[in-house]
Design a protein around this ligand. Structure first.
Ligand SMILES: Nc1nc2c(ncn2[C@@H]2O[C@H](COP(=O)(O)OP(=O)(O)OP(=O)(O)O)[C@@H](O)[C@H]2O)c(=O)[nH]1
Ligand SMILES: [Mg+2]
Length: 446
């Protein structure tokens, strides 16, 4: 998701930062391009209009255009406005009440049941003990699906005999939670094909009966424009406290994601990034904005790393990434850890300035190039791994022979490593400014 939009925005912004001076006409051209990109990504037209209006106003106002860093400042404005657009409402995930009740609502197939399991898993990590409740009285298969997921996660699932009303199932679930000393109840409700009065009456009745602390609307990011109307209808029927945007791993253009919060004021709280139960991310507006604009996301990366690597390792890795102190040995180490973290392309996409390299990296894994890299590094002496500068022609030939690769392969790896190191140095300024400088530096260089 967001690939096309992201690509277009980056090109537009690169046009601004690639030149010395920026005129009002340049800003207007960029704003026009941003407007088109957003509309093409299926963002609600009114949202687009307000968004580009604010950017233009801020960019041509003040003394920005007169300054030497005008291009960079305009990029920052776009970034900040994007964060703003995504930041509606209260994004805290509330878990008060005993038990805390979380209701998942949404259209059929939006991902409620899958998200219920994902949330349960997330909540367990917070040290809580959830009970999943199959609040779909119409299809026994729906309860079976939830039960299967519950079994996978080793979590209890409450279901009621066919014909029990949704309100009674919800009440029964809460009683069951109290009996079993579970502190959180997750209600997986039934969906309908379209927004209809019966569905709305049903979820309103459940809301009235059990007063969930969180009513999360599950929305399929692939839905496009229509998602805004769906969200409005649900928000009118029940107090929706947040959104779970699912299937953002798909090829949706992303417009729904950028529009719903802005139009309804309902905050996005979680993103569904895959079919498995661990594919749930807490939503961070600044991180998503950074990802869209190609500024990367070291924080998410480090967070993800902590789940697979132990915390000490992760801290060391982050420190090395930031200070560009890492050697070829660390490089090998990290390649292996990164492989453990999941699809390499996804991880690379989170690194500042590397969005564009994500596909290449994934291709490298797929084509066995990574195995070659490993073999080459393993054929080096510890000193060579720490100080690639000592790698003269004869050492390189020895390594090529030892690893069963060619001199060209060895040369290419050393060159690539040098480039990665240089890139990392640009970010060692730390934080957003470092990332921004890196991004702009790369743009100007190309
Ligand atoms: N790729 C991807 N697939 C997802 C995601 N979330 C859900 N799915 C898939 O979407 C399909 C529908 O998901 P469900 O969780 O059954 O949807 P539901 O809202 O419970 O559907 P009903 O109960 O029929 O209303 C399943 O095939 C899921 O595997 C996601 O974040 N990414
Ligand atoms: Mg379901």
């Amino acid at each position: 998701m967001f690939d096309t939009l992201s690509e277009r925005l980056r090109m537009t912004l690169a046009g601004l930062t690639g030149r010395g001076r920026v005129s009002e006409a340049d800003v207007d051209a960029a704003v026009r391009e941003i407007r088109l990109s957003l509309l093409e990504a299926d963002v609600n037209f009114k949202v687009v209009k307000d968004f580009v209006g604010r950017i233009r106003e801020r960019a041509v106002g003040a003394e920005i255009l007169a300054s030497l860093t005008a291009g960079q400042q305009v990029v920052k404005i776009v970034h900040d406005e994007l964060v703003d657009l995504l930041s509606a409402g209260d994004r805290t995930f509330h878990l008060s009440g005993s038990p805390a009740v979380i209701a998942l609502v949404g259209l059929q197939g939006s991902g409620k049941t899958t998200s219920a399991a994902k949330l349960a898993r997330h909540i367990v990590k917070l040290g809580r003990s959830p009970l999943l409740v199959a609040a779909d009285p119409y299809r026994p298969a729906a309860a079976d699906q939830l039960e299967t997921l519950g079994r996978q996660l080793n979590l209890p699932v409450h279901r009621a005999p066919a014909g029990t009303s949704v309100v009674d199932i919800a009440r029964g679930g809460i009683e069951a939670a109290r009996r079993q000393a579970r502190d959180t109840v997750i209600l997986d409700t039934a969906g309908r094909l379209t927004v209809d009065a019966a569905l709305m009456a049903e979820i309103a009745a459940v809301n009235e009966a059990v007063k969930p602390v969180e009513t999360l609307l599950v929305v399929d990011a692939m839905t496009g424009q229509e998602a805004v109307a769906v969200a409005q209808a649900f928000a009118a029927a029940v107090p929706v406290t947040g959104l779970i945007l699912t299937k953002i791993d798909g090829d949706a253009r992303g417009g729904a994601a950028l529009s719903i919060s802005a139009v309804t004021g309902v905050p996005v709280k979680f993103l569904g990034t895959g079919e498995k139960t661990d594919a749930l991310e807490a939503f961070h507006a600044d991180r998503l904005a950074g990802r869209i604009l190609g500024m990367g996301d070291i924080l998410t990366l480090v967070e993800r790393a902590q789940e697979v690597v132990d915390a000490k390792d992760a801290a060391r890795m982050e420190e090395k990434l930031r200070t560009a102190q890492f050697s070829l040995e660390d490089f090998l180490d990290q390649l292996q850890q990164v492989q453990k973290m999941g699809p390499l392309g996804q991880i690379m996409g989170m690194l500042p300035g590397m969005g564009g390299m994500a596909k290449e990296a994934q291709d490298a894994v797929d084509s066995g190039q990574l195995a070659r890299i490993e073999a080459i590094i393993r054929s080096m002496t510890p000193r060579e791994r720490r100080e690639p500068a000592v790698l003269n022609g004869s050492r390189r030939r020895r390594i090529a022979a030892g690893s069963g690769t060619s001199l060209t392969d060895v040369n290419r790896l050393i060159k690539q490593f040098g480039e990665v190191q240089k890139l990392m140095k640009q970010f060692s300024g730390g934080g957003r400014r470092g990332a921004m400088a890196g991004l702009l530096g790369r743009r100007q260089g190309t």
